[in-house]
Design a protein around this ligand. Structure first.
Ligand SMILES: NC(=O)c1ccc[n+]([C@@H]2O[C@H](COP(=O)([O-])OP(=O)(O)OC[C@H]3O[C@@H](n4cnc5c(N)ncnc54)[C@H](O)[C@@H]3O)[C@@H](O)[C@H]2O)c1
Length: 248
């Protein structure tokens, strides 16, 4: 093992869905800085390959383009998530359509992206990283949200918990192809506009052992680690990146 370069992503072609988002942008920068080519699949304008993940046909084409770009795919991060539009988001009022959209926009996106990428990875192996959440492993505390415009919906946590299980299923099934599958679960990484609500920010900070919220750069190291040779014997795990929030 070349220990000096064990975290290098040189010559790897990495697909990142949702790479135009708040967390994704920084992860794209970090993964590129470690030497990888990155194909950002997202419906935002700044994407390398524009695609709406609601459409399987568009996704198939996008993955094909990502593979053609470098002749192979070595890694995947399934960052994209989308709960859809909806205002009635508590469990007493949520309608079936919104419930289903939230599940599809979490676990559905990850499932479809993994399924479509397998043919481009199975010959030579690879590394897949799914994105879970703090709320994949525990419930949102309603007191955090009280008197703020924010909420966390039941379909979001359910979809993220399912993503952790899908990670384990895929790790078991895809090991025969040399494909590792892991999950990273961020804690509280509120977007900049949400951080402006100081009451909410303080409540989030007080939930963590480290006394602060997470910032996008806090996720880069673990992504590089899981995509690189440094994590060669790690598959099927869910790594919490939450300032210790779920450890107490
Ligand atoms: N921010 C947090 O506090 C936090 C905490 C835990 C987990 N997460 C998870 O991290 C991931 C990224 O979160 P974020 O805060 O960067 O979110 P974000 O909303 O800023 O980014 C999501 C990205 O996905 C893309 N996207 C959404 N729907 C799409 C579709 N149908 N087709 C193509 N692209 C689509 C968006 O364009 C956007 O670039 C998500 O899976 C989220 O659930 C975030």
């Amino acid at each position: 093992m070349d220990y000096k370069n064990m975290f290098s992503l040189k010559d790897k072609n990495i697909v990142i869905t949702g790479g135009c988002g708040y967390l994704g942008r920084e992860i794209v920068n970090g993964v590129r800085a470690m030497g990888a080519s990155v194909q950002v699949i997202d419906y935002a304008e700044s994407a390398t390959i524009r695609c709406n993940l609601d459409s399987t046909e568009e996704l198939k084409l996008a993955i094909k383009k990502a593979a053609i770009a470098k002749g192979k795919i070595d890694g995947l991060i399934t960052m994209a998530a989308n709960l859809g539009a909806g205002v009635l988001n508590d469990i007493e009022n949520m309608d079936d359509e919104y419930w289903g959209k939230g599940l599809d926009g979490t676990i559905g996106y990850s499932f479809r992206t993994i399924r479509e990428i397998i043919p481009y990875m199975k010959e030579h192996g690879g590394s897949i990283v799914n994105i879970g959440s703090l709320y994949a492993v525990g419930a949102p505390d309603p007191r955090t949200y009280y008197d703020t415009p924010f909420s966390s919906t039941p379909n979001y946590g359910a979809g993220k918990a399912a993503t952790v299980e899908l990670t384990k299923f895929c790790a078991a099934y895809l090991a025969k192809y040399g494909i590792r599958v892991n999950c990273v679960s961020p804690g509280s990484f509120p977007h900049e506009d949400v951080q402006k609500n100081t009451l909410f920010k303080k409540r989030l900070e007080s939930k963590t052992m480290m006394g602060r919220i997470g910032y996008p750069e806090d996720l880069v190291g673990v992504m590089v680690f899981l995509l690189s040779e440094a994590s060669n014997y790690i598959t099927g795990v869910n790594i919490m990146v939450d300032g210790g929030q779920t450890a107490w």
